[in-house]
Design a binder for this molecule. Structure first.
Ligand code: ATP
Ligand code: MG
Length: 141
């Protein structure tokens, strides 16, 4: 079975949208295999977003993601990696399609600060790497 890592980012958890986001994922038929609330530290987030280290938004991204606790989830299902990306919508909430999590609920402050509520692994390689990083105690990697 395929697995993916989902994060309800600090803005989503703070706004009380964890249930709404999980409802969409579970209603689609995917199964939750691991779930925890975590205050992520800079080291973990720098590893998680290592591919973006040289990008101008990197420091802001680390601050956004470490500002308050988030929810980390392992989700299982057929083609779940692509499926969750589809439920999420595109990165910028202003452009994300209505009907998606980001399109319906995400906020773009117009200051370069994007609060897009949710992360989902973008490939099999990313999913394996990210699940090992956030859930070293699980064997779904
Ligand atoms: P995620 O990896 O969090 O699931 P994503 O795959 O849609 O999101 P990425 O390109 O991997 O998008 O960017 C990671 C995160 O960095 C985005 O979700 C967003 O929070 C932030 N980000 C990306 N691009 C920008 C940008 N141009 N300005 C501000 N923040 C950005
Ligand atoms: Mg990404």
């Amino acid at each position: 079975k395929e697995h993916t890592l989902v994060l309800v980012k600090p803005d989503g958890f703070r706004r009380g949208l964890t249930g709404e986001i999980l409802r969409r994922i579970e209603s689609k038929g995917y199964v939750l295999k691991g779930l925890k609330i975590k205050q992520a530290d800079r080291a973990l987030l720098e590893e998680h977003y290592a591919e973006h280290r040289e990008r101008p938004f990197f420091q802001g991204l680390i601050e956004y993601m470490s500002a308050s606790p988030l929810v980390a989830i392992v989700v299982e299902g057929d083609r779940v990696i692509e499926g969750v990306r589809s439920l999420m919508g595109t990165t910028n909430p202003t452009l994300a399609a209505p009907g998606t999590i980001r399109g319906d609920l995400g906020r773009d402050w117009g200051t370069g600060q994007v609060e897009n509520l949710v992360h989902g692994s973008d490939s099999t390689t990313s999913a394996i790497r990210e699940i090992a990083l956030w859930f070293p105690e699980l064997e779904y990697h």
